[in-house]
Design a protein around this ligand. Structure first.
Ligand code: TXA
Ligand code: MG
Length: 352
């Protein structure tokens, strides 16, 4: 999470100036906001026009709710009502952190931010820059991940520019550079509208942390029925690069690489053929087959989560056709990485 200037980005959009970002928010502009999970695209959550611009810039459907980011757990009752005891305890213990709580909304959380849902997602981020912005701004910030809808979430300021640079206005908006996101995948989302927290999206927070902090065991989601979307944010296709993502076990890498490489090789004599077409994303113990670009070789699941989105972007920058990904084994962050890879695979299927 070291702060660094983005090399070669001679753009008026990028700054490290928190006070400038707060001015932009007060004037109804948008801020590319570093958080410990991924970068968000933030607007004053009470400013209907600013929040509408967030949807427009992202290309996001209007019924897809945004998370409201707050500076402290003390703001829970401003945005939510009927907060169950376990949710209060989760906020008291696990905030600031990579955890979003979905709660019945208060009047302050209008349709413009909740997509018309009767609930609101609330999160208090742990990144020092996000915290500084929230504390100085003094209100809630609606912020989805700062990528085009359905695409790969950004984990650096440079990624935000790649995604949205042309759609942001240097006269009204900024991208705050707060270095690389330390977690690398989006927050854990818990539906806290029932008697026990229900996992809507996996992230860095463990089931044991939820149990110990909240005093109530989280309910695991039932496996999604084929093709069924039960809630926004549970879309099967998401987090997708342009390259096709193929998820395989370590023992099947060689076969998968052969399978995906063959169609272009045959009968295609273009000079492009000399370029690698396949990338590999796997922990360091998995060897790279000849002719394949190694996109990342993380040592463990935490390193895998940190490297995941940058690796998928690198695949697109290299114009690879296919990413062969060996998902990490394990729970929590490993499960979150497997979830994102699965959705990336669905989202990229059919691209050529
Ligand atoms: O780590 C994160 O959560 C990042 C950073 C920027 O905080 N934000 C993020 O936001 O991932 P977004 O909008 O890309 O994903 C939030 C997900 C969406 O899929 C949305 O549908 C779901 O949370 N969500 C938000 N409010 C909800 C609600 N009231 N009920 C159910 N799902 C909700
Ligand atoms: Mg997102």
């Amino acid at each position: 999470m070291t702060a660094h200037a983005v090399p070669g980005l001679g753009t008026a959009l990028v700054t490290q100036d928190v006070a400038r970002a707060v001015e932009v928010l007060r004037a109804g502009g948008l801020v590319g906001l570093p958080t410990e999970t991924v970068y968000g695209l933030a607007a004053d959550a009470t400013d209907v026009a600013a929040v509408e611009r967030v949807f427009a810039v992202k290309g996001r459907p209007a019924d897809h709710p945004l998370i409201v980011h707050v500076a402290t757990g003390g703001e829970l009752d401003l945005w939510a009502r009927d907060v169950p005891g376990y949710a209060r305890r989760l906020a008291a213990t696990l905030w600031p952190g990579p955890l979003t709580l979905v709660l019945p909304r208060s009047d302050r959380a209008g349709d413009h931010v909740t997509g018309g849902q009767p609930t609101v997602g609330l999160r208090c981020p742990a990144h020092p820059v996000a915290h500084a912005v929230l504390a100085a701004f003094g209100g809630g910030l609606a912020a989805p991940s700062a990528n085009r809808f359905g695409r790969v979430s950004p984990t650096t300021a440079a990624h935000v520019l790649d995604e949205l640079g042309e759609r942001l206005d240097p006269a009204r908006d900024v991208v705050l550079d707060g270095g690389s996101s330390a977690v690398g995948v989006e927050s854990t989302i818990l539906d806290c509208t029932g008697p026990a927290p229900r996992l809507l999206r996996s992230g860095a927070v463990t089931a044991n942390e939820v149990l110990f902090a909240g005093g109530v065991a989280p309910v695991s989601p039932s496996p999604p029925a084929d093709g069924a979307v039960r809630a926004p944010g549970m879309l099967a296709a998401h987090y997708a690069p342009h390259a096709r993502v193929v998820v395989v076990d370590a023992g099947d890498v060689e076969a998968a690489v052969r399978d995906v490489a063959e169609p272009r090789g045959r009968g295609d004599a273009s000079p492009d053929d000399a370029r690698p077409v396949t990338g590999l994303l796997a922990t360091a113990d998995v060897e790279t087959p000849t002719g394949v670009v190694r996109l990342a070789a993380p040592s463990d699941e935490a390193a895998y989560a940190r490297a995941l989105y940058a690796a998928l972007r690198e695949a697109d920058a290299l114009r690879l056709r296919t990413v062969v990904a060996v998902p990490p084994a394990g729970t929590t962050l490993a499960a979150a990485v497997r979830d994102r890879l699965r959705r990336a695979a669905v989202g990229s299927a059919g691209h050529d």
